[in-house]
Design a protein around this ligand. Structure first.
Ligand code: M6P
Ligand code: ZN
Length: 193
């Protein structure tokens, strides 16, 4: 960590390959179905797919200190696919300290699902070239509804941190499902929208 911390305090650059979403010189985190089985609605389909254990998404995370003044950044590549009717997606999280985040979509198509701390849910249809702004206090999850990878570049304040607990326990107010009219972000809980 010593070397990377030093580098982060000096001007530096990385290569972002827009066609693949690979961000150079970063650590790669991979999330498979076994890392997030309870996040999906259709638990029978989860059980049926666990032996195969598909790769859901990859994060190329720049080694920036989570400290005041710094800007953390990474790319995420979500693979195409579904568990039952529900499209492959990130876990989703709140920030530990409410702070905004910006996403720039490089490839593919999908939805960015967000939810405020009072339970208001919103979704944005995104595709290559979209720049999305996630305001402070809004949990965020990205969903790939396309036939190929969905890749995006993200930037957020170093102090923000990740808090997965509430989303893991309660999910989002919207789930992105395949319907006869195509992919839709649909209410996931009674009495909430
Ligand atoms: C985006 C950013 C990252 C996040 C990643 C995967 O690139 O918001 O901070 O880690 O998506 O999402 P999650 O951490 O919710 O699995
Ligand atoms: Zn975030």
């Amino acid at each position: 960590m010593g070397e990377t911390t030093l580098a982060a305090n000096l001007p530096h650059q990385r290569n972002l390959a827009a066609a693949t979403g690979v961000l150079g010189g970063t650590r790669l985190l991979e999330r498979r179905l076994s890392d997030m089985p309870r996040y999906y609605l259709d638990q029978n389909s989860v059980l049926a797919r666990l032996a195969e254990n598909p790769l859901i998404y990859q994060v190329y995370d720049a080694p920036i200190p989570e400290e005041p003044g710094h800007l953390c950044h990474c790319t995420t590549v979500i693979k195409p696919g579904r568990i039952g009717d529900e499209f492959f997606m990130t876990k989703g999280h709140h920030h530990r300290v409410d702070a905004a985040e910006v996403y720039y979509f490089l490839q593919g198509e999908g939805f960015l699902v967000m939810e405020s701390r009072d339970g208001t849910a919103r979704s944005l249809a995104v595709s290559s070239g979209s720049v999305a702004y996630i305001p402070p206090g809004w949990a965020h999850r990205t969903v790939n509804t396309g036939a190929g990878d969905l890749g995006f570049y993200a930037v957020w304040p170093g102090v923000a941190g990740h808090d997965y607990a509430s989303i893991e326990a309660e999910g989002f107010g919207l789930r992105v499902l395949a319907t006869t009219e195509g992919p839709r972000a649909l209410p996931a809980r009674e009495g909430r929208s």
